[in-house]
Design a binder for this molecule. Structure first.
Ligand code: ZN
Ligand code: ZN
Ligand code: ZN
Length: 468
């Protein structure tokens, strides 16, 4: 089997290597200074040339338990298999609708999945982790009245959720918590990826094919498409701004040459993420023998190539052709692979049932007449949270330690897709902020093995001691 060839790779090799070049220390510093000011997390500073390369440092003293950072994602997506269980805003990822809608929709889709086998065979195991035989089915009309809000569960008013706003493009895939989230998503990502009538995609059929391929193979492709869409939309905004700004008339004289510098500027937020080619950095699955490694990596590359070919049909434009090279596509996916940042939002449905369980006995008995059959129908999966993958620009600059001084931790009030970093111990000004990329309770050898997937050997104080 010969490796597939991407012609754009060779045609634009210079531009591609410029896009993939690591930004200079000054560019890194400037970019993150601006970002930190925007985030209003002023206790931080990104040092482009710290002890382990780029790192995040404390700019004042933190106490144990202090909030260090709330990091807004650059791009993220809910896992497609998780969409059955949780209805969340496609932009900020908070739960939307109502407790009744969350439950009704989940039961409805699970029932559909069972009878019509909606999800593909590879998806099945993932989307129904619990077995269905141990649940008692709720009557179809109860499910329907939960979904259309004609049935109210006791005390659900204690758990209000924002009402559902539909996608302005008219697809039935994206939903939002507010008009402002709908607009922000449309302007930054979704207008080129929407499959509704109002979509700005030139080929909705190809787009549907692309999404289906991603759902059947690896939904990391959806994230990569979001990054490309984000870059194109930023490029267009920059272009409009340049033509509208009379002070920059000079730049227009450079018309023939302005395309690429502007693409580079549009790409800047993505350029800050550490990346390698996906097929070079992906961890070899345990069931693949090391002598088949080359073959495995080529198959992964071919899979990315197939996905990219379909995406090109949906979004291709000559103006930003280098973005559609396999090199760029592979590096974008590799960025998610290497930075491996989970998107997790706790479910209000879980809170709701815990609340019912905690009621005074007489009230609880009364409420459970209604809630118990619902809980039984949901089974053990009632508490599934929103899960996905995201790229958080600041969190991804934090280096690893097996005795970290901070960790990603969602507090009770953190109900959206932002990453929250909390101090695990006092951190003094000037100290590097570290988190653990792995389960730090593992023994030395296993920690080092897990960290190999991130491409380094850990030399933190604990490893130096245990390894010697
Ligand atoms: Zn939202
Ligand atoms: Zn849409
Ligand atoms: Zn270590």
């Amino acid at each position: 089997m010969a490796a597939s060839v991407c012609l754009i790779d060779s045609q634009y090799s210079d531009q591609i290597s410029t896009l993939l070049k690591s930004p200079s220390p000054n560019q890194v510093k400037e970019y993150f200074q601006e970002l930190i000011a925007e985030r209003q997390c002023n206790g931080l500073r990104v040092n482009p040339e710290g002890e382990h390369g780029k790192g995040v440092y404390a700019d004042f003293d933190f106490k144990e338990g202090d909030l260090i950072l709330k990091d807004q994602m650059l791009v993220g997506a809910q896992h497609s298999s998780n969409k059955i269980d949780c209805l969340v805003c496609s932009f900020c990822f908070q739960f939307i609708g109502s407790i009744e809608l969350q439950i009704g929709k989940k039961l409805y889709l699970h029932e559909l999945g069972i009878s019509a086998d909606e999800c593909g065979p590879s998806d099945r195991t993932e989307c129904s982790s619990g077995s269905f035989s141990d649940r008692s089915p709720l009557l179809r009309d109860t499910i329907e009245s939960l979904m259309n809000d004609s049935m109210q569960l006791p005390f659900s008013e204690k758990f209000p959720l924002p009402s559902v706003v539909s996608c302005p493009g008219g697809c039935r895939e994206a939903y939002y918590c507010s008009e402002s989230c709908a607009k922000a998503d449309w302007d930054s990502f979704h207008s080129l990826l929407c499959t509704g009538k109002g979509s700005k995609s030139s080929n909705i059929e190809a787009l549907l094919k692309f999404i289906q391929h991603a759902n059947e193979t690896n939904d990391i492709f959806i994230l990569a498409a979001k990054v490309i869409s984000f870059t194109i939309l930023r490029y267009r905004k920059l272009k409009v701004a340049q033509f509208e700004n009379p002070e920059k008339q000079d730049a227009i004289n450079l018309y023939t040459n302005y395309g690429f510098p502007m693409l580079l500027e549009a790409w800047k937020p993505v350029s800050m993420g550490y990346k390698r080619r996906w097929w070079d950095c992906i961890a070899l699955p345990e069931d693949v023998d090391s002598c088949d490694e080359a073959m495995f990596r080529m198959q992964i590359r071919d899979l990315a190539f197939t996905s990219l070919e379909i995406l090109k049909e949906a979004m291709y434009d000559k103006e930003y052709e280098p973005l559609f090279s396999l090199e760029i596509y592979g590096h974008i996916i590799g960025m998610f692979e290497l930075n491996n940042l989970d998107l997790v939002v706790a479910s209000p449905v879980e809170d709701y049932f815990l609340y019912i369980d905690d009621l005074p006995l007489s009230e609880k008995k009364e409420a459970e007449k209604i809630t118990k059959p619902v809980l039984d129908a949901l089974g053990d999966d009632y508490s599934i949270c929103c899960q996905g993958t995201a790229f958080f620009p600041l969190q991804s600059c934090m280096n690893h330690s097996c005795i970290p001084n901070a960790k990603a931790f969602k507090r009770e009030e953190d109900r959206d897709g932002q990453a929250t970093i909390i101090a695990l111990k006092p951190i003094s000004k000037g100290e590097e902020i570290t988190i653990s990329y792995i389960d730090e309770d593992l023994p030395y050898e296993e920690r080092q093995a897990s960290l190999e997937d991130y491409g380094f050997r850990c030399k933190c104080p604990r490893c130096s001691e245990e390894g010697s």
